[in-house]
Design a protein around this ligand. Structure first.
Ligand code: NAP
Length: 326
C-alpha cells in the first residue's frame, strides 16, 4: 500500500478520505517535524500533506523517490522549492479561497483587539483590578472613518477591505505590485507603499512571502508610519524586519502591534513579549472548524486524485504536470 505522510494532526475528515487507499502516517506530536525527521519520513511516501511551516527543499525532494504530490495545508507556498518539485514531476497544491474569510476575520479581530486594547483589558479584569467605571480607563482608538492601508490586497486583503469599507466606513488604500481588479468592489484605492505607510491609521499586511516582499518593511518603512498607528501582520513574518518593528514599538507606546505570524516561527523574537503595546497570536488565521475541515478535504482529496490518475485541484506548479498527462 502506498504511504501518505501528514505532518501534523488535521481534522479527521481528511484522514477518512485517505485511509482505504493509503497507509496514513500522522505526526501526532504537538510540534513540527525536524528537517531530518521530515526527510526520513518522506523517503518512501506517495504523498505529503504538509503544513506551511514544513520546509520541503531540493534535498528532501531528491531523496523522496516515490513522491507524487505535496498537498500543502494552507494557501501560502513559500515553504516548498517549487522548481525542484516541478523538475521531479511532483504536484504541489494548496488550499486557497476556503480560508479567505476566516483569515480576514482573524485579521480584523487583531485590528479591533489592538484598537480597543482587549487583551490588556481582559488581563486587568482577571487580575482583580476592576474597581468600577473609570472615565480614563483603557482609552483606545476608534476605527470609524479612519484610514486602513492594506499591503497585499488579494483574496484575504480584499475581504479585510470589504469589512473596513462597509462595516466601519474606513477610507481603504492598498499597495500591490499590480492593480487589483477587486478594488472597486471593496471600495479601495491603489497607492504607492510610501503614501500608504504615511497616511494610514491602520496598516495590515496580507501579502505572501516572495522575493519582492521579503523584508519589505524595515527601519525606513516603520519611520514613515504614524507614531500612533496600528500595525497588523497576518501575511508572513519574514515580510517584516522584526528588529525595526520592535524599535518602533519601543520608541512609541501609542504604536500598537498585532501579530499572527513571525520571523522564524515558532522561535519568535522574545523581546516582543516585553511589549505591552503588542497583541500576539500563534498563527491561527484560518483556524475555524469549518475552514480547517474544508482545508483537510481539499488537501487529502488532492492526494487521492493523483493516486487515481486525475489532475488535483489548486495546482501551484503551473498545471504543467496535468497538461503533460493529457
Ligand atoms: P492572494 O490572493 O494571492 O493575494 C496576495 C496579494 O498580495 C496579491 O494581491 C498580490 O498582488 C499581493 N502581493 C504579492 N506580492 C507582493 C509584494 N511583494 N508587495 C505587495 N503586494 C504583493 O493570496 P491570499 O489568499 O490573499 O493569501 C495571502 C497570504 O496570506 C498567503 O500567501 C499567506 O502568506 C498569508 N496567509 C496567512 C494566514 C494566517 O494564518 N495568518 C492564513 C492564510 C494566508 P501583486 O501580485 O499584484 O503584487
Amino acid at each position: 500500500m502506498d504511504k501518505v505522510l501528514i505532518t501534523r494532526v488535521i481534522p479527521e475528515n481528511g484522514i477518512e478520505i485517505l485511509k482505504d487507499e493509503f497507509d496514513v502516517i500522522v505526526n501526532k506530536e504537538d510540534r513540527n517535524l525536524t528537517k531530518s525527521e521530515l526527510a526520513e519520513l518522506s523517503k518512501d511516501v506517495f504523498g505529503i500533506v504538509s503544513m506551511v511551516s514544513d520546509k520541503i527543499d531540493g534535498e528532501i525532494l531528491e531523496d523522496a523517490k516515490n513522491l507524487r504530490i505535496i498537498a500543502n495545508y494552507g494557501v501560502g507556498i513559500n515553504n516548498v522549492d517549487i522548481s525542484s518539485a516541478t523538475e521531479k514531476r511532483v504536484f504541489f497544491t494548496n488550499t486557497p479561497d476556503v480560508l479567505t474569510q476566516a483569515t480576514a476575520e482573524l485579521g480584523f479581530s487583531l485590528i479591533l483587539a489592538c484598537a480597543r486594547r482587549i487583551p490588556q483589558a481582559d488581563r486587568f479584569t482577571r487580575n482583580g483590578e476592576f474597581k468600577g467605571v473609570n472615565p480614563v480607563l483603557f482609552l483606545g482608538k476608534e476605527l470609524y472613518g479612519s484610514t486602513l492601508g492594506i499591503v497585499g490586497m488579494g483574496r484575504i486583503g480584499a475581504a479585510v477591505a470589504r469589512m473596513a469599507h462597509f462595516g466601519f466606513d474606513m477610507n481603504v488604500v492598498y499597495y500591490n505590485r499590480t492593480k487589483s481588479d477587486r478594488e472597486k468592489l471593496v471600495g479601495a484605492r491603489r497607492v504607492e507603499l510610501e503614501y500608504l505607510l504615511k497616511e494610514s491609521d491602520v496598516v495590515i499586511v496580507c501579502a505572501p512571502l516572495n522575493e519582492d516582499s521579503k523584508y519589505m518593511l524595515g527601519k525606513n518603512e516603520f519611520s514613515l508610519m504614524k507614531d500612533d498607528a496600528i500595525f497588523v501582520n497576518i501575511g508572513r513574518g519574514e515580510i517584516v524586519d522584526t528588529n525595526s518593528l520592535i524599535e518602533k514599538a519601543q520608541s512609541s507606546k501609542d504604536f500598537v502591534v498585532g501579530l499572527d505570524v513571525y520571523e522564524n516561527e515558532p522561535n519568535f523574537d522574545r523581546r516582543l513579549l516585553e511589549l505591552d503595546n503588542c497583541v500576539m497570536l500563534p498563527h491561527i488565521g484560518s483556524a475555524t472548524h469549518k475552514t480547517r475541515m474544508k482545508m483537510a478535504e481539499i488537501a487529502c482529496m488532492n492526494v487521492l486524485k493523483v493516486k487515481r490518475g486525475e489532475c488535483p485541484d489548486f495546482v501551484v506548479n503551473g498545471g504543467e504536470l496535468c497538461r503533460a498527462k493529457d
